[in-house]
Structure formats: structure tokens, C-alpha cells
Design a protein around this ligand. Structure first.
Ligand code: SF4
Ligand code: SF4
Length: 84
């Protein structure tokens, strides 16, 4: 394999790894409004300030801010929020 082919192969591998990382990172949290009791635990735990309580009294996730870290899901007492 010459240097050009090796460079192309490495570039492809880097792109694939980068894409997989980006997809994994960008799965935002989602709220099941039928379960949410509006306790605010997820709001307090979110390091990105991505969760707020909406006018309907349930949690709302700003998908632009959410990093998919999962801290909100772990804090929810009724399993109403997830990142899966
Ligand atoms: S997954 Fe992380 S960043 Fe996204 S809303 Fe939950 S705590 Fe915030
Ligand atoms: S922690 Fe759960 S129940 Fe409490 S506001 Fe967040 S999603 Fe709703």
C-alpha cells in the first residue's frame, strides 16, 4: 500500500469514528409527559441547562443544548426521561 492509499484509508477510518461519536453524543434526552410529575430533579441535575419545566408542568428538553449525558434520566424518580 503506497502512502496515498494509506492516507485515504486513515482518513476514512477517522471519519467513521467521528461520525459514530457524533451520533452517540447527540442522542438527546426525551420526556414522557404522561409519566412526568414536574418535580424538577432533572432540571437541577442537567449540567448543560438543557431542561426546564414547561407551562404544562412537565419537563422540556432543549435538544440544541442537550449533550445526551444521561444525568437527568438517572435523577428522575418516575423514569419519565431517557436518552435511549
Ligand atoms: S441528557 Fe444530560 S445534557 Fe441532556 S438534558 Fe439530560 S442532563 Fe441535560
Ligand atoms: S425528574 Fe422526571 S418527573 Fe421530575 S421533572 Fe424531570 S422528567 Fe419530570
Amino acid at each position: 500500500m503506497n502512502h496515498t492509499r494509506l492516507a485515504v484509508a486513515l482518513a476514512v477510518v477517522c471519519i467513521l469514528i467521528g461520525s459514530a461519536y457524533a451520533v452517540a453524543k447527540l442522542i438527546p434526552a426525551s420526556v414522557d409527559e404522561s409519566k412526568c410529575i414536574g418535580c424538577g430533579a432533572c432540571v437541577e441535575q442537567c449540567p448543560a441547562g438543557a431542561v426546564s419545566i414547561g407551562s404544562d408542568g412537565t419537563a422540556f428538553v432543549d435538544k440544541e443544548k442537550c449533550t445526551g449525558c444521561g444525568k437527568c434520566a438517572k435523577s428522575c424518580p418516575v423514569e419519565a426521561i431517557s436518552t435511549e
